[in-house]
Design a protein around this ligand. Sequence first.
Ligand code: PA5
Length: 442
Amino acid sequence: MITLDFTNMMTARGLTPEDINSLKDRLKIIHADITRKKNREFHFLDLPSENTEQLSLIADNVKNTSDFFLLLGIGGSALGPKAILQALKPFYNLKHSPKIFIYDNVDPGTLTSILSIVDLKRTTVNVVTKSGSTVETMASFLILMNALKEVHGDKFSKRIIATTDPEKGALRELSAKTGFRTLPVPPDVGGRYSVLSPVGLLSSSVAGINISGLLKGARDMLKKCSNEDLWKNPAYMTASLMYLLDKKKKRNISVLLPYSDRLKTFSEWYCQLWAESLGKNGAGQTPYPSLGTTDQHSQLQLWIEGPADKVVTFIKIDDYGSDMLISKEDSGSMGYLKNHSLGELIKAEQEATELALQKAGVPNMRLNVPMIDAYYTGQLFLFFELVTAVTGLLYGINPFDQPAVEEGKNLTYGIMGRKGYEQKGLEVSNYRDKLQKSRYKI
Ligand code: PA5
C-alpha cells in the first residue's frame, strides 16, 4: 500500500497536532457527506467498481483493426489517459502498436504532423468529450471525421468511437445519427475526476495496460481512505494539511515532486485537478508540476530561499523495476560513485532534497510508492481525487464545477460567430477598438 509520511509538515514553521484537530468536527460532517454521497459528483468514487466488459471488447477490436489510435480530447478528457500511458507504458509508440496519439489542442502544426504520420486506412479515432461540444475537441474531430469520410466512404463511422455523456450533447446526437460506437462518461462525474471511467480506460486497454489492476488499486485506496478518523486517513490528513498550510501559513503553492520520469504527466494531471477544482472565490493553492531530480537544478533554489509560500509533496519510488550500476571502476574525482547504482543515486537525491527543505523550514511530505505499476497508479489517482474533493469542501467551495472557464469559452464563440453569442462578439470588437487606441504600447 502507498503510505504517507507527513513528519516534515509538523515542524516549527509548519503545523501542530492542535491545528489538525481543529478540523475534526468539519471532517466528520464531510465524511458523512461522502459516505451517503450527498453530492452526486461523489460518483467518481464508484468508478473503480464499474464494469469494463464493453470497453475491453471495443479495445480488442481496435487492436485487431488498427495500427493507429488517435484520442481527441482536452482537460480532464485527455490528461488522465496521457498520464496513465506515460506511467505504465513509457515510450509506448517506439515499441508497440497500435501507435497511440493523444491530441489535446488546436495547434494546426501538431495536427498536420499527426496526420502526416498516421495511415487513416488503419486509424481509429476516439473522440472524448463529456459535454459533446467542447470547441477544441469538436473542431479537431470535424477535421478527422471528414478525412475519414474521404478514405472510408460510407464506412467511416466504423473508425470512430465517441466517449461522451450517455444521453445528451451534440456528440451523442451525432453518434446516434451516424452510428459511431460509443462509451459513456457518467453524467455525475466531472471531467477531471473521470480518469478511471472509459475516458482513461479505453486508450489504456488498447495499450495493453492492466486496467483491472488499476481499478483494484483505486478500490483498495478508497478502502484505506474510508476511516472517519483523520489521523488514520491519509486523504483526509493530506487535505487538512494543505488547507491549513494555505490558510494559516500562507503556503499557497503546492509543488508535486515525483522522483520518476514516468510520473511527469501525472503531475500535470494533478495540476489540472487541483487548480480547476479549488480555484474559486479567492481560495485555492497554485499547483506546480515538478520532477525530481530534474527540478533540483531548476526550482529548488527558489523553494528554499525564495518566498515562503510553497509546500512540497514528494512521491518516492521504492522499486524502479530495474537498476544500473554506475561504475565498477574508481574513476578519479567521481570515485565515490564506484559500486553505486542509479537507483541508489535517485533515492539519495530524494532524501537529500527532503532534508534540505526540512532544514530550510519548507513544509514537505512524502508519499511512498512501492513501485509504478497499474495497481499503485490506480491508488495514486484515487488518492489525489479524494484529497482534492475534501480540500475543496474544507474551503467551503464546490470542487466539482469550473464557472470561471465559461467566460473565455463564450468570448471564443463570439469571435467565431456562433449563433446566440452575438453580444460576446460585440464585446470582443469593442475590446479590439480599445486596444487599437491604447496609449500603453511601445
Ligand atoms: O475537468 C473538467 O471538467 C474540464 O477540464 C473538462 O474535462 C474539459 O473542459 C473538457 O470537457 P469535455 O469533456 O466536456 O469536452
